[in-house]
Design a protein around this ligand. Structure first.
Ligand code: FAD
Ligand code: FES
Length: 509
């Protein structure tokens, strides 16, 4: 959790409201029985569901209605307007659903209702093993149950913790503004109730596709009917003298983030090596802890390769305005107890080093099992690998995106959505994965949302005012829109997502 919305606002739906105040295809935020509710109209039908997104509390009434769903403006979760069900990540919990009655041209919200229908999968493998307990693995496990699958579900994770909100590890949690209890995605009780066996501290060491068996680090063997590979990625290690000193940290896991936080109790001058998303988010969070932060980056401008010059400059200026010192176009040559030395002879004082120079997908297990690999695990549009019964999702999956061709990305929402799609396909849905890639990144008060798959050297068009934190940046290649990044224009970002889905790139602004 990071951002939260809304006190109760708008009309009292219990007292009633003119039907005409809700536009056809539109929404109205209000309240009833002390809860925030949105009422949506589609032709003659009125729907009422909880108005607050169950992910981070986004205001759903400021989102977008698509078919019979509403999409959250903040990170694009989908909720079913008929039932309040969370049907696409990153929201995992349903919102409430309310009864609406009409009389004399007015509507009234008269109480809560439960319209969830029970589901039955098309096919049911004997059991499902999920390798990995991160974004994709957890979302898949939950979706299997949501779809009514009753067979065994085992989620095996090398991590010592149950699944947690990884994006928060470099943001509010690291900054000290999100408490530890916001970080787990689910409690141990949740997995017990859902009959999901969630193994932690346990790695899968081998897969035998012929006998459909996996071996675990604790010596056990498990058989599977279907297998999902969701092993994620791990940080690239910096191999320079001093790279393994005790004050040198990486950030991938909750344990890593806790370790950095522990060290900030003594440290005053951290040096962040790497000026991409994670490095910069770490820098922003450590500044919020009032530390003197320096960032060393190989590129001459942060994130230029991904976001282009103008956004790169804005991000750098935002960090500088908050006191972050940059050493760009530089690489570190040696790390010492109290210093980092750079290739131009500069010596930076430091008592903590955090390295964020990229990640590498964890594909060794898949490769050993004979699964086809090429910059990630190759999957088809149904997220199936070349090995029957084995699917892959998340940071490791390299899939055929209908717009960008074969891609692999490292985005939270993509990983969760792929986990959800893979789960449905394991149950016979044959649903292609066509979701446009989406990610967000926070730098102090600069919150960027990005949809599509562009590159910094694509043609860039800016509408709005970057300096005022109110802009859309459209990336084009060969006259086709490849991506749109927005700042404080969440609705434009949602509209672009829908335009991409409909193959309507030219209206994607
Ligand atoms: C600090 C940080 C901040 C981020 N912020 C954002 C953000 O703001 N927005 C965004 O879109 N994305 C963000 N990301 C990226 C996002 O978190 C990843 O894209 C996402 O977690 C990928 O999900 P995944 O399930 O593929 O892998 P992971 O979440 O990494 O999970 C992989 C799991 O597999 C386990 N595993 C690996 N090998 C084995 C094995 N052999 N046996 C058993 N288990 C194994 C691991 O222990 C882990 O539990 C961030 C990432 C980090 C590290
Ligand atoms: S707050 Fe709604 S998707 Fe994140």
């Amino acid at each position: 959790m990071a951002e939260t919305s809304s006190e109760l606002e708008g009309p009292d739906f219990q007292a009633g409201c003119e039907i005409d105040t809700v536009p056809d295809g539109g929404m109205l935020a209000g309240h009833a029985f002390g809860e925030a509710i949105l009422v949506a109209k589609k032709g003659p039908e009125l729907f009422a569901i909880g108005a607050t997104c169950t992910h981070y509390g986004g205001p759903l009434a400021k989102g977008l209605i698509v078919d019979c769903t509403v999409r959250c403006p903040w990170h694009h979760a989908h909720f079913d307007l008929r039932t309040g069900e969370a049907i696409a990540a990153p929201a995992l919990n349903d919102t409430s659903c309310w009864k609406v009655e009409t009389r004399d041209g007015r509507f009234f919200v008269t109480g809560k209702t439960n319209k969830k229908s029970s589901r039955k999968p098309k096919s049911s493998p004997a059991n499902v093993l999920i390798v990995g307990g991160g974004a994709a693995g957890n979302a898949a496990a939950e979706m299997l149950r949501h779809e009514g699958y009753n067979g065994g579900v085992t989620m095996i994770s090398g991590d010592e913790c149950l699944p947690y909100d990884r994006p928060n590890l470099s943001k509010d949690y690291l900054a000290g503004s999100a408490p530890e209890e916001w970080i787990p995605l689910r409690s141990a009780d949740f997995y017990r109730e859902q009959k999901i066996e969630a193994l932690t501290n346990t790695s899968v060491t081998g897969i035998d596709p012929r006998s459909k068996q996996v071996t675990l680090s604790n010596g056990r063997s498990l058989s599977y009917g279907a297998l999902l590979l969701a092993t994620g990625a791990e940080p690239v290690r910096l191999k320079i003298p001093g790279g393994d000193l005790p004050h040198v940290c990486y950030l991938r896991t909750l344990t890593d983030s806790r370790r950095i936080i522990e060290k900030t109790k003594e440290a005053k001058r951290p040096v962040v090596i790497g000026s991409s998303f994670i490095g910069l988010e770490v820098a922003a969070s450590l500044r919020q802890r009032k530390l003197e932060v320096a960032v060393v980056g190989k590129a001459s401008l942060p994130l230029e390769k991904i976001l282009g010059r103008k956004l790169g400059e804005l991000i750098q200026q935002t960090h500088e305005a908050h006191g972050v010192k940059f050493h760009l176009g530089r690489t570190p040559t040696v790390i010492e107890d109290r210093h980092v030395r750079l290739d131009d002879g500069t010596t930076l004082d430091c008592d903590l080093v955090i390295i964020g120079i990229g990640v590498r997908p964890n594909t060794a297990l898949a490769e050993k099992a004979g699964v086809a690999i090429d910059d990630g695990v190759l999957v088809d549009e149904f997220l199936q690998t070349n090995v029957p019964g084995i699917f892959a999702a998340g940071d490791i999956a390299c899939w055929p995106d209908p717009r960008a061709g074969r891609i692999r990305v490292e985005h939270w929402v993509v990983a969760e959505r792929q986990g959800q799609t893979a789960a449905r396909n394991i149950l016979g849905a044959r649903e292609p994965f066509v979701v446009p890639p989406f990610f967000w990144s926070n730098h102090f008060d600069l919150h960027i949302r990005y949809v599509g798959k562009g590159r910094g050297d694509h043609q860039v068009q800016i509408s709005g005012d970057l300096k005022a934190n109110d802009a859309s940046v459209t990336f084009r290649s060969n006259d086709k829109v490849t991506a749109v990044a927005t700042i404080n224009r969440d609705f434009a970002n949602l509209r672009t997502e829908v335009a991409f889905e409909r193959g309507d790139e030219f209206r994607a602004v």
